[in-house]
Design a protein around this ligand. Sequence first.
Ligand code: NAP
Ligand code: MG
Length: 402
Amino acid sequence: MAKIQMTTPLVEMDGDEMTRILWKMIKDELLTPFIDLKTEYYDLGLEYRNETNDQVTVDSAEATKKYGVAVKCATITPNAARMTEYNLKEMWKSPNGTIRAALDGTVFRAPIQVKGIEPCVKNWEKPITLARHAYGDVYKNTEIKVPGAGRAELVFTAEDGTEIRQTIHEFDGPGIIQGVHNTDKSIESFARACFNYALDIKQDLWFATKDTISKIYDHNFKDIFQDIFDKEYKEKFDAEGIEYFYTLIDDAVARVMKAKGGFIWACKNYDGDVMSDMVSSACGSLAMMTSVLVSPDGVYEYEAAHGTVQRHYYKHLKGEETSTNSVATIFAWTGALRKRGELDNIPELCDFADKLEKATLGTIESGKMTKDLALITDLKDVTALNSEQFIKEIRKALEEEL
Ligand code: NAP
Ligand code: MG
């Protein structure tokens, strides 16, 4: 059988530890035997980031803007322990943070649902995709521990020197204050990324804030979303038969618990942080969660939601067997290949991505899976496989599909 040809390269961002090991296995077993894989390779492994003073991360983000689609392996975000472990020149920033800043992107996360690994919320028949605004609010706050009595004020000084001043609170004893901000520009990008993604995957979009209490701050989010929707997206949504709807965050939470799934839930930064952990935990495993960064001008970067699985890597280095789940990393590749196929009009590439996903889920549904899933499945006759065996089983299923 002839290999599938590609016209535009994917931006390939290699990574660290156990996921770097899986990355190579996936390419060797599941991709290069079937596709004439065209990639522009960037090594985001920590050693090379250190060697290039992190320039490689910046370059990979620029390449993503140029080509439009990237696939990323999990990477180490250095901390004090990594400084000594890798003998680093500096505590380099999180690559995901750098890439997200460069692309001005919004991250969409969705659980990969499969028969036998049922979400705790029984009525969730389809995945719920979470869109988290990744700028500002409490993550870029300024806080003061108030030592004692006094007045706290909120002051904005315009470029021409005029002031807007409001009293926050007259303290009669110790307390705390916090200043948070956001920008219209960032909220607009977030809104467009959500609307575009909803059109892309043809699902309804929900958005919720606490605008009844936060009558200016949260209300601004609501207004910007509505305004952009009415002006730029309403007709397109109507044409696809999908819906945008805004509701209060309390109401959204109640509805989500009773919903069937199959929609996108857009959240402010903090809500998204908390709710994405809730949705992923309810669906069983971090290793069954996809993540895609979408920029407002339609650039896509696909990855797994989990990290480099350090504990498994140390076992691997000692020559011990590992059973690391490669599903989310495989789905990062299929997401990227399918998008490349759509953009370049290569239906065989989209078809291959579909079949590889089907083979992966089919392998699990036939009872062959990694240990993390074997522990939580309600299937009978389960075989727990090691990292490599699992990928080899998927290959067998894929060959049958093809
Ligand atoms: P992690 O890699 O997500 O792993 C945490 C634990 O979750 C693992 O020890 C394992 O549990 C389980 N797990 C996660 N993925 C799994 C998989 N594919 N298969 C089986 N089990 C899986 O998080 P971490 O160990 O806290 O972080 C390691 C490194 O990853 C850190 O340096 C961090 O900076 C980085 N990180 C990167 C990204 C990214 O690039 N997007 C995201 C998060 C973290 P058991 O050990 O109990 O089996
Ligand atoms: Mg969190």
